[in-house]
Write a protein that binds this ligand. Structure first.
Ligand SMILES: *Cc1c(COP(=O)(O)O)cnc(C)c1O
Length: 389
């Protein structure tokens, strides 16, 4: 129901000449001609904008639409997914607190938890999130937050959101989830009691690889408090132009997710059946070891999976990747373009950020299926696999 009205929601067309698309309020400042109007705009209870690092009419439209899609009271947009994650975490913990996180969250989150939070004397325990009892075992007197990503990046371990949020509530612990994998179309964690939901809007919400942004969704209480303090003071403001691009992205989000839900499983099936592919890790495959949890929490198949090529030879993995014509290599995903991220690209780069043990094996390749014709992509994979056969 909400999906059908999302294109109209929060748009006040009459106030801008019935234009089909809302204008970009590209201004930093809003002006006042008497003290009382200015005082009212400055009060957080008033919805009139005062300064774009606080509220902006174009961005507010985006925020209202995403809150409605996620089924939360409110949302706040920020300049990147990482800004959303770090701002939301910092809003909930202080020096001396403890966080329980799933292991292998998104790489940026992992690094924030390992490199920045310890500087603030905030301790993080990483647990295998596929078993709820791992969270209960890790709870300490100072545990303030449970951090989830279901499925997590690359290895796609699902978490039982309902059970974990129950456990957290019993122990007065706040729960937060990175829901980028599913988009607000395919999973709404607030339904299962999760308190804070973030998205990298850079991915599915934007959908065209043309803008970076992030969003935090939650109750009025949580979002207003983040808005008044961490958001304004850390200052990761989303550009109104990007808000406008994300509003455009939302117009087709449902249709894009539907196409991907049909295309990706066909491609996975082709790869699963291929003799040069050892296995495919895809939460929506019947052979996936937590398929029941996927069915419970994610409405339709999504576009990301990881394949493990059946070869010991690094040169063959690279040849397979290089020979693809319709998949580019890149860091991101969620756009129109199909992508691979070969784990082998992390090898031999003397990176200061990864220790050798953090790498997955060299024959792991992450895939993202975009909006191209399914047969075209399968044909491309077939030819490239043949070239290393
Ligand atoms: C890309 C990504 C992020 C970070 O988002 P940015 O917009 O790049 O800052 C966070 N979580 C997941 C799962 C991602 O894929």
């Amino acid at each position: 129901m909400i999906k059908n009205i999302i294109n109209q929601l929060a748009e006040d067309k009459e106030s801008y000449f019935n234009a089909a698309i809302p204008p970009i309020f590209s201004n930093s400042n809003f002006l006042f001609s008497n003290v009382d109007d200015m005082r009212k705009a400055m009060s957080s209870k008033n919805s009139n904008p005062f300064y774009t690092r606080g509220s902006n009419p174009t961005t507010s439209i985006l925020e209202k639409k995403i809150a409605a899609l996620e089924g939360t009271e409110k949302a706040i947009a920020l300049s990147s997914g990482m800004a959303a994650i770090t701002t939301a975490i910092l809003s909930q913990v202080r020096s001396g607190d403890h966080i329980i996180s799933i292991e292998r969250p998104y790489t940026g989150t992992d690094r924030f938890m390992k490199e920045i939070l310890p500087k603030l004397n905030i301790e993080v325990s990483f647990v295998d999130g596929s078993k709820t009892e791992n969270f209960s075992k890790a709870i300490q007197d100072n545990t303030k937050m449970i951090y989830l990503e279901s499925p997590n990046s690359w290895t796609y371990q699902m978490q039982d959101l309902e059970m974990i949020s129950r456990l957290a509530k019993e122990n007065k612990i706040i729960t937060m989830i990175d829901n980028s994998y599913s988009s607000p179309i395919n999973c709404n964690p607030s339904k299962w009691g999760i308190d804070i939901i973030i998205h990298s809007a850079t991915k599915y919400i934007g959908g065209h690889a043309n803008a970076m942004g992030g969003i935090i969704c939650g109750s009025n209480h949580i979002i207003e408090s983040i808005n008044n303090r961490e958001f304004k003071l850390i200052g990761s403001v989303l550009s109104p132009f990007n808000s406008w691009l994300f509003i455009n992205g939302l117009r087709t989000l449902n249709v894009r997710m539907k196409y991907i839900s049909e295309s990706a499983p066909l491609i996975v099936k082709f790869l699963e059946d291929h003799e040069l592919v050892e296995s495919v890790i895809y939460p929506h495959s019947e052979s996936f070891n937590q398929f029941e949890l996927t069915k419970k929490y994610i409405k339709k198949p999504c576009g990301q999976f990881t394949i493990i090529l059946k070869t010991e030879k690094k040169s063959k993995v690279e040849k397979f990747c290089n020979n693809l014509n319709n998949f580019f290599m890149g860091a991101s995903w969620g756009g129109h373009e199909s992508l691979i991220f070969p784990e082998i690209s992390r090898y031999n780069n003397d990176s200061e950020y990864y220790s050798k043990t953090d790498f997955l094996p060299h024959n792991y390749i992450r895939f993202y299926i975009g909006l191209e014709d399914t047969d075209l992509l399968i044909d491309d994979l077939k030819k490239s696999l043949e070239s290393i056969g």
